[in-house]
Design a protein around this ligand. Structure first.
Ligand code: TRP
Ligand code: SF4
Length: 327
């Protein structure tokens, strides 16, 4: 029996290279070694963007197109939408009965947003965000949760909630662990971390032409003002992308050319594009083929959600028999 893996993303828009290299590529790699469940955390979108949530169904279809383009295969993993498995909400409610408010108030993602006064009046749902996440994870009795470092406190909370539930009602839930993977540094075109909100992102949906247009003017080592000025690849965001995409030989040649002013930055970017474009093309082409058949994506989401729901219902039968309410 393979260990079970569960992870999710909020459907807030197209995925960029940072999302791909930081999470999605890893999900794809885990497909065969584990029994994987990946889902669209659509209820989680409402925890802080209830009014400006956008077109969530359309965003979900776009996100699944990114997933399928990246190589997630509905034959080899279960892809689903949270809101199509309403048992998550029932488990969240039961968890809310055994979770001290203080545990949730101390979760760093919540605390930071309150301290930075980003939110005038936090909703009950925002406070409960990580508890809903605990229900997402535990309802599948997942062993591993592949997430970024910022989500580790949520997995820690999940372990505490599992323990508290088991102590209160009887043993149901195993304790999951976060699975941290080495995430390469993915700079945006301006040298800052790649992020949708900075407007510096390269998207999986970008055409080859788009990528060229974004890479050519990309920020480099500011020491290389003129072609004859030597540079330092260690401080250059273009070189961070070389580390991800370029073969060792070509990359070393660029590093040397940079340090000796033997090549110009545009030459260096051409080498990068020579490696980057062929790596991205199959993802974009697969993605595009799915985007043209949104009905197929909707079917995949519904099929996967039915499969997930069977598992969720199995756990909830067990949970209800432990909690013992209706006669
Ligand atoms: N909070 C996660 C994020 O922002 C999304 C998420 C919701 C999640 N439920 C989850 C991730 C369960 C892993 C497991 O990225
Ligand atoms: Fe960056 Fe390449 Fe220019 Fe050096 S030559 S500064 S590594 S883009």
């Amino acid at each position: 029996m393979k260990d079970r893996v569960l992870s999710g993303m909020r459907p807030t828009g197209n995925l960029h290279l940072g999302n791909y290299l930081g999470a999605l590529a890893n999900w794809v790699r885990m497909q065969d070694a584990y029994e994987c469940f990946y889902f669209s955390a659509d209820w989680h979108v409402l925890t802080d963007h209830a009014e400006d949530r956008g077109d969530v169904p359309a965003q979900t279809i776009e996100m699944f197109a990114d997933w399928l383009g990246a190589g997630l295969d509905p034959q080899r993993c279960t892809l689903f939408a949270q809101s199509l498995v309403p048992e998550h909400a029932e488990l969240h409610l039961l968890f809310s009965m055994v979770t001290p408010v203080g545990w949730l108030e101390r979760v760093p993602t919540y605390k930071e947003r309150i301290e930075q006064q980003e939110i005038a009046s936090p909703s009950y749902g925002l406070l409960g965000y990580p508890l809903l996440q605990s229900a997402d994870i535990l309802i599948y009795k997942a062993r591993w949760v592949p997430v970024g470092i910022d989500q580790v406190p949520h997995v820690e909370l999940t372990r505490e909630v599992a323990r508290r539930f088991n102590n209160t009602f009887g043993q149901v839930f195993p304790e999951p662990d976060a699975k941290l993977t080495e995430i390469p540094k993915v700079p945006g075109t301006d040298g800052r971390k790649m992020s949708k909100s900075y407007g510096n992102a390269i998207y999986l949906s970008d055409t080859a032409g788009d990528v060229v247009k974004k890479v050519k003017p990309m920020m480099t080592d500011p020491a290389r003002k003129r072609r004859a000025d030597p540079g330092n690849p260690d401080v250059c965001p273009v070189f961070d992308l070389h580390k991800i995409f370029t073969t060792d030989g070509d990359r070393e040649a660029c590093a040397t050319g940079c340090r000796t002013a033997g090549i110009g930055c545009l030459d260096c970017k051409d080498v990068l594009l020579k490696h980057m474009l062929p790596a991205l093309a199959p993802i974009r082409e697969r993605r595009q083929a799915f985007v043209e058949k949104p009905d197929r994506i909707v079917d995949i989401i519904h099929d996967g959600s039915r499969r997930a729901r069977v598992e969720a219902q199995r756990t909830m039968d067990e949970v209800r028999s432990k909690v013992r309410l209706a006669p």
